[in-house]
Design a protein around this ligand. Structure first.
Ligand code: B12
Ligand code: SF4
Length: 493
């Protein structure tokens, strides 16, 4: 690792490993741009991509999403630490050799373990450095509470830009940091008080946009010409699905000004030679009017690039808009369709029917946009009959679906509506066991859910729809029987 990443600054931001290495971390990008514009000197290290690029093929697997299902999260972090001790120590020594007083780690539920080890090593050498953890691993209780003892000084909960600015402003002006302010949790108060998340900024435009100037963009997705830049049109979601906790981090849906998004796109096309963007919103179509305005601006600009995004199924997603999105360089939409049974869709709170989903999928395909879908099986209350409806849905729409990107067994987070209102959904799990092992009122448990996943994976493979299915349990021998029963080739269902 070169030393030039770690230079004298007011705050050094670190992407803790493992984090995705295809493109830079947009949260850290936002923080760096925002703080820089507000007068702080910021430096950045993406320790995740650095370690990944130097790793053997064998060790690279710890960055693989599949790893999450096969190892304990702490095991992944421990293995990375064990195998990269030399590089990590070098990074820490480089940091300690600077005059930078504050270090901020961006953590998720896996990388928080390794960040904590690094925090410990820093504190052993210089207890005066201020260590801040932020990101999803700091936001949700579960990862925060897992690590003991905890060597950071402060957790930032939720949207970080303004809260981190306030902390640094107080720190550098010798004022007390407001330790009971929303968004701030002192590590010594862990378990003593439940923090409130940072107040969200009603106007996202004030947060500017990430220029990624402190990042080395050549480091990402090495060996592949596809070098996407992550971008956000909005934060939050307009839906509240029963199993979801993603929107909790962004309790209010906000769409940025189309003109500022256009400025950001132009910036990256001009300065970073960007040819592809990955829109990492929870959904790009939460505000159709603004999305349409943005498409007009892109078409007008004549810039050449592509973009892909998640989207929700909504009735008012017209063919005209989809066609305009195509002209505005939209290459792929990934719809969280989730299920083919109207009964289950209603239980999930999705707000559309299978027929409605089918209509949007057909229109997307007709507009020339690659159409990918995600599926969840085994939502509490899903019967065999419901499951067959999902198979039927995929079969009936197979000519309009390019890829079934993800098939998952339903997961249960205790803080999702599904976990909070257990009785309403008829779910329970044995005391002392993981909520993921829940079973529903019909007795469907993890094994049953995995069987349904395996059946669907095989069906989708046979239809040649799959390309990158994330969840791959071992295949179930009953799949063939089920296929015969449904007589898919004849279209009999
Ligand atoms: C887009 C996304 C991805 C993209 C990442 C693209 C990228 N380059 O960023 C992809 C699809 C690759 C991805 C993969 C994974 N993801 Co993901 N992803 C998301 C999603 C939907 C949005 C994240 C995002 O970028 N938000 C926008 C930016 C602005 O927010 P941010 O990064 O969180 O940063 C803000 C704050 O957190 C804070 N902050 C962040 N860092 C720091 C640091 C400091 C010092 C401070 C003060 C503040 C701070 O300030 C930032 C600005 O406001 C979230 C859902 C959610 N709740 O947001 C899940 C989420 C982050 N993903 C998650 C997971 C588990 C994963 C995976 C491990 C597997 C999986 N099941 O998908 C893999 C990781 C693979 C890997 N090797 O790392 C979990 C993390 C759970 C946890 N507690 O850590 C989330 C929360 C979803 C969930 N609820 O399960 N993901
Ligand atoms: S549409 Fe997606 S992000 Fe929005 S609440 Fe539902 S699952 Fe969560």
């Amino acid at each position: 690792m070169t030393k030039d990443n770690v230079k004298d600054s007011d705050v050094h931001l670190v992407v803790a490993p493992p984090f995705f290495t295809k493109m830079p971390n947009i949260g850290v990008g936002y923080l760096a741009s925002y703080l820089t514009r507000r007068g702080f000197k910021v430096s950045v290290s993406d320790l995740s991509v650095k370690l990944y690029n130097s790793a053997s093929v064998e060790l690279k697997r710890f960055w693989n999403i599949d790893c999450v299902n096969n190892f304990f999260q702490s095991e992944i972090a421990e293995n990375i630490f064990k195998n990269f001790r030399k590089e990590i120590n070098k990074f820490l020594n480089d940091f300690l050799a600077t005059n930078t007083r504050v270090i901020g780690f961006s953590v998720n539920m896996i990388s928080i373990y390794l960040a904590n080890v690094m925090a410990k090593l820093i504190k052993e050498k210089d207890p005066q450095r201020l260590i801040i953890f932020g990101g999803p691993g700091a936001f949700y209780n579960h990862p925060r509470d897992q690590i003991r003892p905890n060597f950071s000084d402060i957790y930032v909960i939720g949207e970080g830009e303004v809260t981190l600015f306030n902390i640094l402003d107080a720190y550098f002006n010798n004022r007390e940091i407001a330790t009971d302010a929303p968004g701030i949790l002192l590590t010594k108060d862990l378990g003593k008080r439940q923090p409130l998340p940072s107040p969200i900024n009603p106007n996202l435009d004030e947060l500017f946009y990430p220029t990624f100037s402190g990042f080395d963009l050549k480091e990402y997705n090495q060996g592949d010409e596809y070098k996407p830049i992550p971008i956000l049109f909005s934060r939050g979601c307009v839906r509240r699905c029963a199993y979801c906790i993603d929107y909790h981090m962004w309790p209010k849906f906000r769409f940025r000004s189309p003109s500022l998004i256009m400025e950001e796109i132009r910036y990256h096309v001009t300065n970073n030679n960007a040819k592809a963007f990955e829109v990492i919103d929870l959904t790009c179509n939460g505000d159709l009017r603004k999305l349409s305005e943005l498409c007009d601006l892109i078409i007008e600009s004549g810039l050449e690039f592509t973009w892909v995004s998640y989207a929700i199924i909504r009735k008012d997603m017209s063919f005209e808009l989809l066609e305009k999105m195509k002209r505005a360089n939209c290459d792929t939409l990934i719809y969280g369709v989730e299920n083919g049974s109207d009964r289950v869709l209603k239980l999930m709170g999705k707000g559309y029917t299978a027929e409605g989903a089918s209509e949007v999928i057909k229109n997307t395909h007709k507009a020339g946009i690659r159409t990918n879908i995600n599926i969840i099986v085994g939502f509490p209350g899903e019967t065999e009959e419901d499951f067959k409806q999902t198979i039927k849905f995929i079969y009936q729409n197979k000519d309009y679906i390019n890829e079934v990107t993800n098939i998952s067994g339903c997961t249960l987070f205790p803080t999702a509506d599904l976990g909070i209102h257990k009785e309403k959904y008829g779910v329970c799990w044995e005391e002392g066991t993981e909520p993921m092992l829940f079973h529903d009122a019909n007795g469907l448990g993890r094994e049953g859910r995995n069987e349904r996943v395996a059946k669907l994976v095989e069906i989708v493979n046979n239809l040649k729809l799959s390309k990158s299915i994330v969840n791959k349990p071992s295949l179930n021998p009953e799949v063939k029987e089920l296929m015969e029963l449904l007589d898919l080739e004849d279209g009999a269902i």
